[in-house]
Design a protein around this ligand. Structure first.
Ligand code: AMP
Ligand code: ZN
Ligand code: ZN
Length: 413
């Protein structure tokens, strides 16, 4: 046998192997990107001394504070984080909203049928859709929008939102997906914890009653990190929140009916802000009632909302919007008896430091000790796109500030 054909055969084999070398998809599944949301987790919760796992992550990687997008509520901000578009552009303008149609349609977080309908989500392309299109399997567990076939694409793995599932059980689902054979394994996963927000609403951000929820969530993140380590997975872990939390009090309330008499229209959201749809033919009365100046609140017609909020162009943004002073709420008279002496809420001005959301990241592509200045949460999307090696869709964010968390050379991916 002459050596040359063998050599060229070997060479051919090597070349063929190179052609099938891990592409972005395989690369992502052996180095997954995991986006974790802790609902309502304020950056200063890290300073309570009860988050050993998140604190270790921050020490090994990056830590920062994010400004949420307006309004500082769960669904709008979760969709902003994965689309890079502010709520006024991504179509999820509030947790509760109406699309004027025709036909008129209503959306609420607890309405399973609507939450699963791509109609609400199709204005934007979530990063898991781009990942799937690039051959990276996605597993956006419990992320708002993940139960819908957005732009006709369903993530490979998803589950119905189940609030009763414990934080540890959620982590175990993520680890089970990562235990799949390489060719089936997701390269982009998300995880969501709601307890910190729930307890924050009940007791307020300053209460010690909040501590066990913070600690349990931190411990679940420890379980995740441990599970990744045990599997030898070098994941890029990005922990974010959707918004912060401010203390509210029973007596700091403006009574809805004192502002706008019943019959003038429908209030869609009350609390930290009021969204109001006037009854046909009573627009002028509703406007006159809401736009007259009052302490602790400021109201606008949607077209007049100050530019810094980037809000009011979308057809789903309610015709009238009132923002409460931080700490003050607007509430229907019938709800006053149920108000807790002290509690928490969000939905207030995103510029208020109390509305800020946590950002902690660690992993092979995250720079140790990175401490970028406060940035807007629209910047998380380009960061995720970079970590996944995706071009990403044009959006409202950039890497100007958050790019500092990337290790030098991560541009290769
Ligand atoms: P918020 O008060 O705006 O922070 O909303 C928080 C609530 O959103 C949580 O307590 C959950 O009940 C709800 N929620 C979060 N994610 C989902 C989801 N994927 N599907 C339905 N409801 C959700
Ligand atoms: Zn939330
Ligand atoms: Zn909340």
């Amino acid at each position: 046998m002459r050596p040359l054909p063998i050599l060229s055969a070997v060479l051919l084999f090597v070349l063929a192997a190179c052609a099938h070398a891990p592409g972005p998809a395989q690369d992502a599944s052996s180095r997954p990107v995991i986006l974790v949301s802790i609902d309502g987790f304020r950056p200063d919760y890290l300073d309570r001394g009860i988050t050993p796992n998140l604190s270790t992550m921050a020490a090994e990687g990056a830590r920062a504070e994010m400004r949420p997008s307006f309004p500082s509520k769960t669904f709008p901000n979760h969709y902003t984080l994965v689309t890079g578009l502010r709520p006024d552009r991504n179509g999820i303008v509030d947790n509760t909203m109406e699309d004027p149609g025709p036909p008129l349609r209503r959306f609420a977080m607890a309405d399973r049928e609507q939450v699963r309908d791509a109609f609400w989500w199709d204005d934007a392309k979530p990063i898991w859709v781009s990942a799937e299109e690039a051959g990276i399997r996605a597993a956006p567990m419990f992320w708002p929008g993940s139960e819908a076939a957005v732009r006709g694409v369903r993530p490979t793995y998803w589950t119905t939102f189940q609030m009763s599932l414990s934080p540890d059980a959620r982590v175990d689902q993520i680890l089970a997906w990562l235990d799949l054979p390489l060719e089936e394994r997701p390269g982009f996963l998300t995880l969501y914890f709601d307890e910190v927000d729930t307890y924050g609403h009940m007791y307020g951000p300053n209460a010690t009653e909040l501590d066990p929820a913070i600690a349990r969530t931190d411990s679940a993140i420890g379980r995740l990190r441990q599970g990744l380590k045990a599997r030898g997975l070098d994941a890029n872990l990005v922990v974010v929140a959707d918004h912060g939390m401010a203390e509210v009090r029973a007596e700091k309330v403006v009574v809805l009916e004192d502002v706008v008499p019943p019959g003038l229209g429908r209030p869609l959201t009350t609390g930290a802000f009021l969204t109001f749809v006037p009854e046909a033919g009573r627009e002028a009365e509703a406007k006159a009632a809401l736009l007259s100046p009052r302490p602790h609140m400021e109201c606008w017609e949607k077209a007049e909302i100050p530019a810094r909020f980037h809000y009011g162009r979308h057809r789903r943004a309610a015709p009238l919007f009132c923002l409460m002073e931080t700490g003050w709420e607007i509430a229907p008279r019938g709800s006053l008896a149920r108000r807790r002496a002290v509690g928490g809420n969000h939905g207030f001005d995103p510029e208020d430091p109390q509305m800020r959301a946590v950002f902690v990241a660690a992993g092979p592509d995250i720079r140790q000790g990175a401490r970028p200045p406060v940035f807007d949460n629209v910047d998380v999307y380009p960061l995720l796109a970079r970590l996944l090696g995706l071009a990403g869709e044009p959006g409202d964010g950039d890497l100007d500030e958050v790019g500092a968390v990337l290790v030098h050379g991560s541009e290769r991916r």
